[in-house]
Design a protein around this ligand. Sequence first.
Ligand SMILES: Cc1cc2nc3c(=O)[nH]c(=O)nc-3n(C[C@H](O)[C@H](O)[C@H](O)COP(=O)(O)O)c2cc1C
Length: 215
Amino acid sequence: MPLSLAQLRRNYTLYGLRDDCPQDNPLALFGQWLEQARKTEVPPAEANSMALATVDSHGHAHCRILLLKGFSADGFFFFGNYQSAKGEELASNPHAAMTFFWPGLERQVRVEGPVVRAEAELSDDYFDARPAASQLGTWASPQSRPLAHRSELEGRLREVTERFAGRQPSRPEHWGGYCLQPRRIEFWQGRPDRLHDRLDFRLHDGEWQRTRLAP
Ligand SMILES: Cc1cc2nc3c(=O)[nH]c(=O)nc-3n(C[C@H](O)[C@H](O)[C@H](O)COP(=O)(O)O)c2cc1C
C-alpha cells in the first residue's frame, strides 16, 4: 500500500449500552442520542447530518450526506429535489438506509426502511420557513443535472431572483420532503478493545424487538 492508514486507531471508552438498558423504544433512544450529539459535536449545527444510501434500478448503490430535518413516530424526515438522482432512485426503489456518525460520542446509528414523500403541507411549511436565499437557490438549481459552467447556475439565480422580485417564492413542485419509515434501527456504541455494543431494533407486527449483535 503506498499510503497506509493501518496505524490510525482509537480506543473507545466513553459510554456503553448495557444489557439492562431500559430503553425499548428506539425512537426515544435516538432522540436522546441526537440531543447529546447536538451538545457535543462540532459544529453542533450538523449533528443532524447523515449518509443516505439508495439503490437505483440497476441495483447500484449511491450514498450522500443529507440533513435530517425532523423525526417523529412517523419516521425520519429530510428534504431534497424530487428530480435529483436520489429522487429518481427513491421513485424506482423506495428502500433506503441512513447512517449517523457522532465521533465525539463514539456512536453510530443505522436506520433502514422504505421512503415515502412527505405531505405537501409539511413541505410547504418547511420551504416557507427557509431563508429567502435558500428558497431562490432551490429554484435555481436543477439538482444532479450537468451544468456547462458555474456561470450557468449564477445566471439561473439572477433569473429566478427577478421572477420573484418583491414576493415570497412558493415551493417548487419538484422539491419537498421525504420520510423514511424505520423498520430497523441499530445503535452502535464504541467500547474498549473492539468489543463494541450493538443494539438492533426491528419492527415486527408493529412492535419493536431488540437484539444484541456481535461487534
Ligand atoms: C453537510 C451536508 C448537508 C447536505 N444536506 C443536503 C440536504 O439536506 N438535501 C439535499 O438534497 N442535499 C444535501 N446535501 C448535498 C447532497 O450530499 C448531494 O450532493 C445532493 O443531494 C445531490 O445528491 P444526488 O445527486 O444523489 O441526488 C448536503 C451535503 C452536505 C455535505
